[in-house]
Design a protein. Structure first.
Length: 332
């Protein structure tokens, strides 16, 4: 197939693009190589993709409507994965305007491109942060998500609503998926595991928020990619696939959690990293940060019923895989 991936030089977009190429697809990546974190990491990911002659990248921002339309129409994608976004809960507190531009305007332009040049299936990334102040676990797709704790979460929740309205008005089969704390090799430097590893190997203390009492439904990158690839084959239609499906009653639109449903205490996560790196971290325990939530747990029931699969990789496997990659990068 011809597959378009926005955010192809990002953590998840890179892994997804590499998997799609391995499966024999032709991939057009779109990425603006923003300097939110070290651009050299994005260039290194992109270099690995460009080794394959079935991959090419359009270096542009999704806010560039004419550039996006030109690249999209020329490639004529059959499936689109929209992963590009301004990420980061904390960053959204200090740099809110970038989230309006990248997440809202960028997604609007993607939806407009899908309206003008419809793919067979449009899949787009959201986040577990959209559940906001919800306390009942596990988080289920049908839960009301009206109390975002950060502008990042608010913009991602808004893109879900935008996607639903376009699916209703124009009929493009659309799936939005909510990620749950994705980690693994080639991860983002602003994410906890990357920061912890960097500080620990420098012999510096790590800051542990929520006084170490937080938990997360950690999702290993390979499990996430497998889930996304399988979801591409399950485009929403006119009728629910099963009782309890999250299909919209008025649109070919579906919302799906991608998480294993097995929350892990943050201190256990850190302990696995200590074991993998052979370093005991000095920990500074601090209150929870603004915009954060104490716990997350996904209900993977809809995902599993749709694709017969859910994330299962334990942190005892995933964290050492990250640590091995990280150590290799430092040595390079």
């Amino acid at each position: 197939m011809r597959v378009l991936v926005t955010g192809s030089a990002g953590f998840i977009g890179f892994h997804l693009s590499r998997r799609l190429l391995a499966d024999g697809h032709e991939v057009l990546g779109i990425d603006n190589f923003s300097d939110y974190y070290d651009v050299r990491l994005k260039e290194a990911r992109n270099d690995l993709l460009e080794v394959n002659d079935r991959f090419r990248v359009a270096r542009l921002s999704l806010e560039d409507e004419s550039g996006l339309m030109e690249a999209w129409s020329a490639f004529s994608p059959e499936v689109v994965f929209h992963l590009a976004a301004q990420a980061g809960v904390r960053h959204s507190i200090t740099h809110p305007a970038s989230y309006i531009q990248a997440n809202l305007i960028g997604t609007f332009n993607v939806l407009e491109a899908a309206r003008r040049y419809p793919p067979r299936h449009l899949l787009a990334a959201s986040t577990s942060s959209a559940y906001g102040a919800n306390l009942e676990m596990p988080f289920r797709e049908g839960d009301r998500a009206a109390h975002p704790m950060s502008l990042y979460a608010a913009t991602k929740g808004a893109t879900e609503l935008m996607g639903h309205s376009y699916a209703h008005l124009y009929g493009t089969p659309t799936t939005f998926f909510r990620f749950f704390t994705v980690y693994g090799p080639w991860g983002r430097p602003d994410m906890a595991l990357f920061k912890f590893a960097d500080l620990m190997l420098k012999g510096e203390p790590i800051e542990v928020y929520g006084h170490g009492r937080m938990s997360r439904d950690f999702t290993f990158i390979d499990d996430l990619v497998e889930s996304i690839v399988r979801l591409a084959e399950v485009a929403p239609g006119a009728e629910p696939a099963f009782e309890g499906d999250s299909l919209s009653p008025v649109a070919p639109y579906r919302l799906v959690n991608i998480g294993g449903g097995k929350p892990t205490p943050l201190l256990d996560y850190i302990a696995e990293l200590e074991k993998a790196l052979g370093v005991t971290a000095e920990k500074i325990f601090l209150p929870m940060q603004e915009g954060d939530v104490p716990d997350t747990t996904a209900s993977p029931e809809i995902l599993h019923r749709l694709i017969g699969y859910k994330p299962e990789t334990p942190i005892s496997v995933g964290v050492p895989a990250f640590a091995a990659w990280f150590a290799q990068q430092r040595a390079a």
